[in-house]
Design a protein around this ligand. Structure first.
Ligand code: MG
Length: 381
């Protein structure tokens, strides 16, 4: 029996994690849930999974939650609250699924407390990947990716050594605009951008998929997670989303991991690591897929992908600023304040203003993050 804390339990990943736990109550027990403000869903989760402690955004939300539930549960709040849960004594594993930079501090708290981390929050690695993975190595903590591409690589690398890797190939679906000509992108609506062809995910990540910033962030994520040079990470568009990523070895042998485009598959792998979990999920049917196709990404059509490689090359605080500026720009797009093609323009402008800053602590990462948000908001107005 594994005791699990979920940071971000009401989001898309958190809900999928709970689906797996619901299917295998013999393997997992929920001990803590963190959510910001979706109290109605959290209240239902508390009634069903009986955690001993939960955390919400602030004192008011904590009070409101109390009135919504009948069960006895300790309610804490704020960043201290989520950090308390991330490091709580009876947790074996912490699922880090808070979207955005807000996941950074609690994820690091989990690592420092020696908890195995199942990581869905890619922004934490983007903002402070070097720091986070160094801490993980120092504390002998496993960080098991939930992101499907990184889960694929993690699965492929079992029994292999890093030295024998020639390159990592991250697959990308190409998003909803793969067939849309570049000139039409300026007229894209929020509704269209949210219509992902293969994956059912949260709003922020779905927009990131449509700009390919999601893949850019994943390149940065892979760089730190697998401690591999950016020049060894390639991206290929594979619209069927059946191959979740590939690794090429020095003998030119290539391994691909395949599965359904369903986040519950990498979640099940992470939750039950190192053993595979027997669980009923959709399966791949090659007779239905018919063909696998691949193409090179168009860096001019998707400038966000290039920006991510550039930020990685610039190093230091650049990936933090990239991520923060992008978050602000995506939010502005979702609210109808800016056009689709303005998203990477804002990000690029903010990156251009950043000097060379070393990220040697979470507080530095957070201050660059805040700075980039201010600069990005100036661009939105
Ligand atoms: Mg992914």
């Amino acid at each position: 029996m594994k005791n699990i804390v979920i940071l971000g339990s009401t989001g898309s990943i958190g809900v999928s994690v709970l689906k797996i736990i619901r299917a295998r109550p013999d393997c997992f027990k929920v001990v803590g849930l963190v959510t910001k403000s979706n109290l109605k869903t959290l209240a239902k989760q508390i009634e069903e999974f009986c955690p001993s402690i939960v955390s919400v955004a602030n004192k008011e939300k904590a009070k409101e939650l109390r009135s919504l539930i009948t069960r006895k549960v300790k309610i804490v709040f704020g960043e201290e609250g989520s950090m308390e849960l991330a490091s709580c004594d009876n947790a074996d594993m912490v699922v880090s699924a808070i979207v955005g930079a807000a996941g950074l501090s609690p994820t690091l708290a989990a690592i420092r407390a020696g908890k195995t981390v199942a990581l869905a929050n890619k922004e934490a690695l983007v903002a402070a990947g070097d720091l986070m993975m160094r801490e993980a190595r120092a504390n002998n903590v496993k960080v098991i990716p939930i992101d499907s591409e990184h889960s694929a690589i993690y699965q492929i690398m079992r029994g292999e050594t890093k030295k024998s890797v020639r390159r990592i190939i991250l697959t990308a679906s190409g998003g909803p605009f793969l067939k849309t000509p570049k000139d039409e992108l300026q007229h894209v609506t929020v509704k269209r951008a949210l219509r992902h062809p293969n994956w059912n995910m949260g709003k922020k990540i779905t927009i990131d998929s449509s700009t390919m910033m999601n893949k850019g962030l994943e390149v940065i994520e892979a760089r730190w997670l697998f401690n591999i040079l950016p020049s060894m990470i390639d991206v290929v568009i594979h619209p069927q989303s059946a191959i979740h990523s590939m690794v090429e070895f020095y003998d030119s042998s290539m391994m691909a991991q395949m599965g359904p485009a369903d986040m519950r598959s990498p979640i099940a792998f992470a939750l039950n690591y190192p053993k595979r979990l027997k669980v009923d999920l959709p399966r791949l049917d090659f007779t239905q897929i018919n063909s696998f196709t691949f193409e090179a990404p168009d860096f001019e059509k998707y400038p966000s992908l290039q920006l991510a490689y550039d930020a990685l090359e610039k190093g230091g605080g650049a990936p933090v600023a990239l991520n923060a500026a992008n978050e602000v720009a995506v939010e502005a797009f979702l609210k109808g304040k800016i056009s689709f093609i303005t998203i990477p323009i804002i990000t690029e402008k903010v990156l251009g203003k950043l000097g060379i800053v070393k990220v040697d602590s979470v507080s530095t990462a957070i201050s660059i993050d805040k700075w980039a948000r201010v600069k990005a908001r100036e661009q939105v107005l």
